[in-house]
Design a protein around this ligand. Structure first.
Ligand SMILES: [Zn+2]
Length: 292
């Protein structure tokens, strides 16, 4: 009897210990939650340097971003390559200026600069990639540098009233096989659709005026505003329509079509950068969007 009760007591104790151990294990499991992996929240910072595409001959088409604001303003030079090399140097001047004077960019603004949309066209004339000096540009006829390496006028290759043949002054030029058939115009389209800039400013030469943009639906109000702001600040006259000759497939007209304000600034000459007056124009556009 005594043996039996001893046995029973041992069994009871063992069962009790096992029960306690199980309970303890369950409690431990419940209270020690799996470790939460804390991911560091990174600030969303724009890439300050981006290759947005390659030219026909494989040269990089580059974009540089300054400032951290949500409102993006895009500046584009070199659509007409080496023929309008001064439009490329305006863009490089701006990049240098923003690096040295970042405080001129309003807090709400990011400035994106594509200094040279047509690097094959500029290479043909200047013989250099990236930044160059005015002294690198040969004297003489540079008009062959206007086109990309397929012989296409890029400012006729965008999707507004596109035609396979278009005009440049009294000449007929190729506008490509369809809108955005060229890698250079495609790269700019993709950048714009991706970044959704609030406005796009193109530099060309040598119309000596600031032009508004339009496709089928007239001129956007903000286009008129920035045209007038840039014109007033720079001293170039403002012109609502480019009527020197009929063109099709213009880059800024495509922007009007998709509802993005855009102006074309035509420098006065093919030979000078006209930096100071363009800097005043640029600042007026940044103030226009940054002051809001
Ligand atoms: Zn041009």
């Amino acid at each position: 009897m005594q043996t039996f009760s001893k046995k029973t007591a041992i069994i009871v104790i063992v069962v009790f210990v096992v029960f306690l151990a199980s309970l303890f294990w369950v409690i431990i499991r419940k209270t020690s939650k799996p470790k939460v992996v804390i991911e560091e929240v990174e600030e969303v910072v724009e890439d300050t340097y981006q290759v947005i595409g390659k030219s026909v001959q494989g040269r990089d088409i580059e974009a540089y971003t300054y400032g951290k604001g949500e409102t993006r303003v895009l500046f584009v030079g070199g659509v007409h390559g080496g023929y309008e090399w001064n439009s490329i140097l305006v863009a490089y001047n701006l990049m240098e200026y923003l690096e040295a004077n970042p405080e001129v960019i309003p807090e709400s603004i990011s400035v994106i600069v594509v200094p040279n949309l047509n690097p094959d066209g500029s290479y043909k004339i200047v013989g250099k990639e990236g930044i160059f000096l005015q002294s690198d540009v040969p004297s003489g006829n540079v008009s062959a540098g206007r086109f990309n390496a397929n012989g296409v006028d890029l400012n006729r290759n965008f999707d507004c009233k596109w035609q396979p043949k278009s005009t440049w002054q009294s000449k007929t030029v190729s506008a490509g096989s369809k809108p955005f058939s060229e890698p250079e115009s495609g790269a700019l389209r993709d950048l714009i659709l991706n970044k959704k800039p609030k406005a796009v400013i193109f530099w060309h030469s040598q119309g000596g005026a600031v032009y508004a943009s339009q496709c089928e639906n007239g001129i956007l109000t903000e286009t008129i505003d920035i045209m007038n702001a840039y014109a007033k600040a720079s001293g170039y006259p403002a012109d609502e329509t480019y009527d020197a000759y009929q063109t099709t497939g213009d880059a800024d007209a495509w922007l009007a079509r998709i509802g993005i304000p855009s102006i074309t600034v035509e420098l006065r000459t093919h030979e000078n950068v006209e930096w100071e007056q363009n800097l005043r124009g640029i600042k007026s556009v940044l103030q226009y969007f940054g002051g809001k």
